[in-house]
Design a protein around this ligand. Structure first.
Ligand code: AMP
Length: 228
């Protein structure tokens, strides 16, 4: 019998993948991990890694595999019923890393959720995005502002901007997304494992949609993505 399920949240940056994954986690439905955040944390001890993050280019798959496998090997996943990984895989070669993670955790693959955001919205989302340096809570000063000016609702820390949330890096990240990640999305679509999520809606509307996929009754693994 399967220990649990793995799902992935993919799609363009700024579409709300991490925000929605966190909301599902807060409801106790899943455990969630953002590959971007794992890399940002790891980059504190690995200066070479920071160069990729600041440039907005993808970390090479062999290096990423090493970091991710090491990260997940150190986690206690015994009680986890559903694991969401956000921002991964972003390039074809990372599909094998996902397969390795599935094999090593003994989980089954549930679905790939593709967050679809209109191009015109991307810059707006990214350039108004702020993050709490203490707890990682995400805000958008226009659409999802904190209650108190620029302080985190949960711990009062002064919010900061991510170093790569600027116009120059954004253009590079978009090119990477179109060239490398869209083919990955289409791969999952062909397998029949993909769910498109309209990310142009409000946080609440998207949340309601997603919760239906994560209630116990409807969960069924995607047979087309069986890892031998
Ligand atoms: P994100 O937090 O998802 O916007 O990712 C920030 C940066 O982390 C990206 O611009 C990449 O440099 C790196 N990154 C995140 N996810 C991946 C991935 N799956 N593969 C390679 N690099 C990644």
């Amino acid at each position: 019998m399967s220990k649990g399920y793995i799902s992935i949240f993919i799609g363009v940056f700024g579409a709300g993948k991490d925000t929605q994954a966190k909301l599902l986690e807060d409801k106790g439905l899943v455990r969630t991990f953002s590959v971007g955040q794992i890399l940002r944390d790891a980059s504190k001890d690995m200066p070479w890694l920071k160069e990729y993050l600041l440039a907005g280019t993808l970390v090479p798959t062999d290096k990423l595999a090493e970091i991710l496998i090491n990260f997940f090997n150190h986690l206690a996943l015994q009680k986890v019923k559903h694991l969401i990984i956000t921002g991964f895989p972003r390039v074809f070669s990372q599909i094998d890393v996902l397969k390795r993670l599935i094999k090593e955790t003994g989980f089954e693959f549930y679905k790939a959720f593709n967050f679809v955001l209109e191009d015109a919205q991307i810059a707006d989302r990214i350039l108004h995005r702020y993050v709490c340096p203490k707890c990682g809570a995400l805000y958008n000063l226009r659409t999802n502002p904190p209650k108190d000016d620029t302080r985190c609702d949960f711990d009062g820390a002064a919010l900061v901007k991510r170093q790569d949330d600027n116009l120059k890096t954004l253009c590079r990240r978009y090119t990477v997304f179109v060239k490398q990640t869209i083919p990955v999305i289409e791969y999952f679509r062909k397998l029949g494992c993909l769910v498109d999520i309209d990310a142009n809606r409000t946080i609440k509307e998207i949340q309601k949609d997603l919760e239906e996929y994560f209630t116990k009754e409807v969960i069924q693994s995607c047979d087309a993505f069986v890892v031998q």
